[in-house]
Write a protein that binds this ligand. Structure first.
Ligand code: ACO
Length: 443
């Protein structure tokens, strides 16, 4: 067994940190890097080379995996910015496609750039007709997220001319194709699950309107997209567009670091997003509210959430980075009220229950001490339900909106000369070498 070694840390006056191995007295000095915002980071790239030791950080709670200029979160204050623009301002003044342009290009577009981008996204919204038959290979009761993983992964079998990741033009086409086709793929997953004909995209509608059209319309009658609901949909897309190095984005980056094609990488991101600890939480919130059922049962669920021996957690509460109110949840709560008012829904039992839960949880010592606040998923499910989406579509909508973040992060990684294939190491705690015992000699 290797001798236990303790590392002590001393920060010197300049931009370095010195680690001292207390077992040997050996010192190693490493640079400290400053970003434009956020905590400083210790550059440990030479740590193994110089000390023969790795760092141990399950869940990457103290690890920065890349440089990025796309999104900044101040989790203590509860702020979120894309390329320097705050999420509240983008949600109020921008629209989703403009945010897509911003994330892909780092700057807001001028008028001509915006028109070109909108035109291109609109003209890429159809999917290869053969993909239509591909859907029929799934069971009707398949979860739409399962269909999303399959169909998005299959795009690489249909669009060979945009899978060369070394070609800047192909990267751009793949990015636009993914953003453009995702609403069609998502809406068709829904239509397939309810046994209705798939509705083709319409070029005269904007991004959010077109999605609602493909969800709600049938070939039998005209469907008028309501502009207020389309605006709410667009805002939901904006609020989910990107969120720094979360689990699914890190999955996309890791998959892409092996130079896998972008469609395969985004399919990997969708798979990761599906989990209830991540994007699947919006579906889980509604299931939880359903299970709680009435206000008089809120207390017992809060008690369960606090019980260490009970695996139950308050879904839609807590975040790895936000130790304050998630700024997206604030906008989402306002949007929720707007949508319910517009739809004339006076008594939405889930909203009443959610607000009660939020009030009790934010006053409770356990949640206050652990800084557990409502996250983006807490209210989104209530809005989506009021708009007529089944719970199984909630995470699909998240995936649709997050596609731009994934692809922008993937592109940034491919274009970053410093990036290498992602390959973490481990603290091995299995057997040391032992001789093989033949089967007839084992006890
Ligand atoms: N309910 C009750 N207790 C909680 C909750 C919760 N929702 N979230 C965290 N805690 C507790 C943990 O039990 C832990 O307690 P301990 O210190 O006594 O062990 C402490 O708070 C810290 O929690 P961790 O799980 O260590 O925090 P982590 O950063 O790993 O997890 C996560 C963050 C996964 C989001 C967690 O808060 C959670 O499971 N929330 C519910 C699911 C959810 O809403 N996910 C959506 C996140 S937002 C998104 O992905 C879009």
């Amino acid at each position: 067994m290797a001798e236990t070694q303790q590392l002590a840390k001393e920060t010197s006056e300049n931009n370095t940190v010195t680690l001292i191995d207390n077992a040997t007295g050996k010192q190693v000095t490493m640079p400290v890097l400053d970003g434009t915002e956020g905590p400083r980071v210790i550059d440990i790239r030479k740590l193994y080379q110089e000390t023969g030791m790795f760092t141990f950080d399950p869940g990457f709670t103290s690890t920065g995996s890349c440089e990025s200029g796309l999104t900044f979160i101040d989790g203590d204050v509860g702020t979120l910015m894309h390329c320097g623009y705050s999420i509240d301002e983008l949600a109020e003044k921008s629209d989703f496609l403009e945010v897509c342009y911003l994330l892909l290009n780092g700057e807001l577009p001028n008028k001509a750039q915006m028109e070109e981008f909108e035109y291109a996204i609109t003209r890429h919204s159809m999917i290869h007709e053969q993909l239509h038959s591909f859907y029929h290979g799934f069971r009707r009761d398949a979860h739409p997220m399962a269909i999303m993983v399959g169909v998005v992964g299959a795009l690489s079998a249909f669009y060979h001319d945009s899978t060369d990741i070394r070609d800047e033009h192909q990267r751009m086409i793949a990015s636009r194709r993914l953003i453009a086709k995702m609403p069609t793929i998502a809406a068709w997953a829904y239509k397939y699950s309810i046994g209705q004909p798939m509705i083709y995209p319409r070029n005269d509608l904007n991004y959010a309107e077109n999605f609602l059209h493909m969800i709600q319309a049938t070939p039998c009658e005209n469907y008028e997209v309501n502009p207020i609901l389309a605006r709410a949909m667009d805002r939901i897309f904006i609020l989910h567009a990107d969120h720094e190095q979360n689990a699914s984005t890190s999955t996309v980056r890791l998959a892409g670091s092996s130079q896998a094609n972008p469609f395969a990488c985004i399919a990997a991101g969708i798979a990761c997003l599906w989990g209830p600890a991540h994007g699947g939480a919006n579906e889980a919130v509604l299931k939880m509210l359903d299970e709680i059922g009435s206000k008089d049962r809120v207390g017992s669920y809060i008690k369960r959430a606090k019980d260490k021996d009970d695996p139950f957690r308050l879904m839609g509460f807590g975040h790895r980075v936000y130790k304050n109110y998630d700024p997206r949840a604030k906008v989402m709560r306002e949007t929720c009220h707007e949508v319910l008012d517009f739809l004339g829904i006076k008594d939405e039992p889930y909203l009443d229950l959610a607000m009660d839960l939020e009030r009790i949880a934010t006053e409770d010592e356990y949640f206050v001490e652990k800084k557990l606040y409502p996250n983006v998923d807490f209210y989104s499910g209530i809005i989506l339900r009021a708009m007529g989406f089944p719970t199984t579509m909630f995470t699909v909508i998240f995936a649709l909106a997050r596609t731009v973040g994934w692809i922008a992060q993937w592109k940034e990684m491919i274009e970053d000369p410093v990036q290498k294939i992602g390959r973490p190491r481990q603290l091995y705690n299995g057997y040391s070498h032992r001789p093989y015992v033949p089967l007839d000699q084992r006890g």
